[in-house]
Design a binder for this molecule. Structure first.
Ligand SMILES: Cc1ncc(COP(=O)(O)O)c(C=O)c1O
Length: 500
């Protein structure tokens, strides 16, 4: 089955017969240069409402086994290609949500399928090692070729992990270990520390904290959840830590038109951060680290300026806290730079940058000082997945070969300009269009209208996601071109006309 899929996809990629049809261009959009994503489909194609009958049947079947409350529909990943996700009822949708922003170069990319046919890679796909104790011979080379080739400035070390939450969870541990080692003067822990940690008591389990921001999202595991403040559903009924939570700037858009007001808002939040750090030290729960997203994603696509982040970094340094930038959602090129925090041009790099999603597994880059002092302190069984590393190296080749970051800037501009036009056209429905690269969002007048718009655009063949209270987020793959932006904007225009 897999090999027939591979040969079929490779043949398709050679046929070059999937040109964009200009059908359905009702939106005000300008004629877009129709460059070609070779293995892409030529547009959405809907056969049923979504979820269709087969999806409903499967949801019922799975419902006998587990909770299916979050399932949208079932997918046919064999038939999905490029920017298009195909469901089990044969509906083909332009995917601008990309598995919660985690598909870097579209579905069934020929370069990735080709990797699967290389016999030299077979052992990496078949044997999953416990990387922390028994890594394969090629691991240092492969990690250098993939992750280290995109290491953020100031970082030459990376710890691989499996997903976003476990990357952040372990990054937090690294910050706590660093903080305590610094405090102890790098001497051995005392007997009291060694004994008390076994029963969850101080001094071995110290009352340290991580400062996070209201609206932030850093995952759903216990430690991460204490820094997640986006939605109640994630947090309810789960015990948590008394850690400080600062306000994240609530900016006005477009940013260029509100520089003075936004600078005031950012100054207010920075003052609050310093105040919280002092108060938590006084409470006996010093802040070991500050964690922040470059753009708060799940919490509503909230932006802040480079100046805010540079100042936040200085506050962290001034108070001896580690500075952790969570690039799980923003990393991998969607903002037009490989890392969103590159837009800040920091002189003093972050201490930790965590990643996952578009980088296909997870982990965190870190400065030398943040290296744990002993094996097993940062550890789990798999600690990543070398097969995902193989794919990542190829994804990075495609990004470079096809200049995909430039494409993101180009298609992002078309997308954001289109959103500005739509918000002018439908002022009672849309506001606060914002974005960097293709990482864009717009607010809808209320949650109910937003949710209805998401369903209606999906029924017309465009898959979008929500975020925050009433925002729509746009998270296309890096192969999303200007003409895809125009397909999306046309359909969104039609749907907005129904919701005036
Ligand atoms: C910024 C950020 N951090 C962490 C996570 C958690 O990642 P995962 O869902 O892979 O655990 C997410 C997931 O959406 C995220 O957006």
């Amino acid at each position: 089955m897999a090999s027939s899929l591979i040969s079929r996809q490779l043949t398709l990629s050679l046929q070059k017969n999937h040109r964009l049809s200009a059908a359905g261009c009702r939106y005000v959009s300008k004629a877009a240069a129709k460059t070609q994503v070779e293995y892409d489909y030529d547009g959405p194609l809907m056969k049923t409402a979504v979820p269709g009958p087969r999806s409903q049947e499967l949801t019922k079947q799975l419902g006998e086994i587990q909770n299916v409350g979050a399932i949208n529909f079932f997918c046919n990943y064999e038939e999905s290609r490029g920017n298009y996700l195909v469901d089990v009822d044969g509906n083909r949708m332009l995917d601008i949500y990309t598995q919660i922003s985690s598909i870097p170069i579209g579905y069934n990319h020929p370069a990735l399928l080709k990797l699967m046919t290389n016999p030299n890679n077979l052992s990496t796909f078949v044997n999953r090692p416990a990387l922390g104790i028994l890594p394969p011979e090629n691991f240092p080379d492969k990690i250098t070729e993939s992750l280290l080739s995109v290491a953020p400035s100031g970082m030459s070390r990376v710890q691989t992990m499996a997903c976003g939450s476990c990357s952040n969870e372990n990054a937090f541990k690294a910050m706590f270990i660093w903080y305590k080692n610094k405090e102890r003067g790098y001497s051995s822990p005392s007997d009291a520390e060694l004994n008390s940690c076994m029963i969850n008591q101080a001094p071995g389990c110290p009352d340290l904290s991580i400062l996070s921001f209201m609206g932030g999202f850093h995952g759903r595991t216990m430690g991460c959840l204490a820094t997640t403040h986006s939605k109640v559903i994630h947090k309810l009924d789960v015990p948590s830590f008394d850690w400080p939570i600062a306000s994240f700037p609530r900016l006005q858009y477009p940013l260029e038109e509100f520089t003075r007001e936004n600078a005031q808002e950012e100054a207010r939040c920075l003052e609050e951060v310093e105040d919280l750090i002092v108060r938590w030290r006084q409470k006996g729960k010093p802040v070991a680290g500050i964690v922040v997203e470059p753009i708060q994603a799940e919490g509503g696509d909230n932006h802040a300026s480079p100046d805010f982040f540079r100042k936040l970094r200085s506050v962290a340094r001034k108070h001896g806290c580690a500075f952790h930038v969570d690039e799980v959602q923003t990393g991998g090129g969607c903002t037009g730079k490989f890392w969103a925090h590159e837009h800040w041009a920091m002189d003093d790099p972050a201490d930790i940058v965590s990643f996952s999603k578009k980088l296909l597994s997870g982990g965190y880059f870190y400065r030398d000082e943040l290296q744990a002092d002993k094996g097993y302190r940062i550890f789990n069984t798999w600690m990543g997945d070398p097969s995902k590393n193989l794919f990542l190296a190829e994804v990075l080749n495609v990004i470079r070969r096809e200049n995909l970051l430039e494409e993101v800037v180009r298609s992002g501009k078309a997308l954001l300009n289109g959103l500005y036009e739509l918000q002018t056209q439908y002022p009672s429905v849309l506001s606060r269009a914002r974005g960097q690269g293709t990482f864009c969002a717009v607010d809808v007048r209320d949650a109910e209208t937003r949710d209805r718009i998401l369903v209606q655009t999906r029924d017309k063949g465009v898959l979008l996601g929500g975020c925050g209270d009433s925002s729509i987020r746009f998270r296309p793959a890096l192969i999303f071109k200007e003409y895809h932006a125009h397909i999306l904007l046309n359909i969104l225009n039609d749907v907005l006309a129904q919701n005036k």
